[in-house]
Design a protein around this ligand. Structure first.
Ligand code: ADP
Ligand code: MG
Length: 225
């Protein structure tokens, strides 16, 4: 098992205060390596909150997050950052590319903390940008690219570290239907090819239907669809 959430609870505000807002309530989730999972649910149901916990961007109020048998719940922020960098790739609804950097520089950005980028890593980046059809745009800045091209760049950036797990939060949400479908195809195809586990929050029935498992987030818990 790659990932296990055990009895995760998370809310916002001061615990015990009248204003405290519970969002996730003793939620359980188990993911096998290579599994592709869609999480759907109405706006405000806690999908992003859940992804942030899985992605070690936030910590639960109670419960445990196990990754490859290691309990990461007790990690400090330095350990969490190292964990994220080694194991995870993120794709957000809005690409979060650096506006002052070119496509090529944006793609290599996650590798910078390690120091020098190796030839092998550059070849991998090259392979990926060709594969998703953006290699001609390599010197362009995000403002000079279309929404679909930016989102494809974000997918390549998420894969650059060869992560075990990709977390995507409404990755097609800002795209028109044609580009959304193309991006869904890419995400799923690349995940399968690389054996990467994929968790995607989505409103898109198209994208959700390409996953192995669909969960509905309701009342703070996941229900299998
Ligand atoms: P979704 O992604 O499903 O739309 P979110 O996880 O973003 O839902 O939010 C779940 C609930 O938690 C919402 O009611 C939202 O207003 C609240 N919430 C999210 N983030 C915060 C925060 N940082 N501080 C306070 N409330 C938050
Ligand atoms: Mg959200």
């Amino acid at each position: 098992m790659l990932l296990q959430l055990k009895q995760i609870s998370k809310g916002y505000g001061k615990s015990g205060a009248h204003s405290f807002r519970p969002v996730l309530k003793e939620l359980d989730l188990e993911l096998e390596k290579g599994q592709k999972v869609a999480i759907i649910g109405p706006s405000g149901s806690g999908k992003t909150t859940l992804l942030n916990l899985v992605g070690a961007l936030d910590t639960p109020d109670s419960g445990e997050v196990m990754f490859n048998g290691t309990n990461i719940t007790g990690f400090n922020s330095t350990q969490l950052a190292a964990f994220r960098n080694k194991n995870l790739g993120f794709v957000f609804q809005l690409h979060h590319l650096m506006p002052q950097l070119s496509l090529w520089e944006n793609v290599l950005l996650p590798l910078l903390p390690q120091g020098k980028v190796t030839k092998e890593q550059k070849d991998w980046a090259e392979y990926l940008i060709k594969k998703v059809g953006i290699s001609d745009q390599r010197n362009q800045k995000p403002s000079e690219m279309s929404g679909g091209e930016c989102q494809r760049t974000a997918v390549v950036r998420a894969l650059i570290n060869k992560p075990e797990l990709i977390l995507a939060d409404e990755p097609t949400g800002a795209l028109d239907e044609g580009n959304a479908n193309a991006l869904s195809e890419l995400l799923v195809h690349l995940s399968e090819e690389e054996g990467v586990t994929l968790v995607t929050v989505t409103h898109s029935a198209e994208l959700a239907q390409k996953m192995d498992t669909k969960y509905l987030l309701r009342n703070g818990k996941l229900e299998k669809e």
